[in-house]
Design a protein around this ligand. Sequence first.
Ligand SMILES: Nc1c(NC[C@H](O)[C@H](O)[C@H](O)CO)[nH]c(=O)[nH]c1=O
Ligand SMILES: CC(=O)[C@@H](O)COP(=O)(O)O
Length: 155
Amino acid sequence: MNVFEGKVVSEGMKVGIVAARFNEFIVSKLVAGAQDALVRHDVKEEDIDLAWVPGAFEIPLIASKMAKSGKYDAVIALGAVIRGSTTHYDYVCSEVSKGIANVSLNSDIPVMFGVITTENIEQAIERAGTKAGNKGYDCALGAIEMVNLIRNIEK
Ligand SMILES: Nc1c(NC[C@H](O)[C@H](O)[C@H](O)CO)[nH]c(=O)[nH]c1=O
Ligand SMILES: CC(=O)[C@@H](O)COP(=O)(O)O
């Protein structure tokens, strides 16, 4: 049986990160986590590009621009959507998740969903480098694995 796998070792990998500035005190930790994971797994700093957008709702457009540019092996989307007192949260989360998934399928490269969607600030802090880990770090590892998996399938 042939088993395709994507090892988490990067070789000449170029990665684009698109990050939402809304809740920047959380998202900056996700960005740092993603950059740390990429560099620790041999992605060169000069091969990592970062684009900031106003909020998570704007992520899919810039993720699409990055993905279709042909410059990157993977794109990592990072943001923090924290529920407020209206239904706005539901609309943002729905469109962002659907938008990012569509970008990945339409551009044929991995676009990792690193937008945390939480009920409150405490949950967001837990996922940005405290007791629930760092979702940016996790997404970066997933990006490396997906790129290698695709490379193996397409050999
Ligand atoms: N409430 C949050 C937002 N809201 C802003 C939207 O993402 C968007 O920028 C605005 O509606 C203009 O198009 N964004 C987040 O990233 N996180 C939130 O908690
Ligand atoms: C996720 C959001 O858009 C939310 O933070 C906005 O807060 P509110 O629903 O109180 O306007």
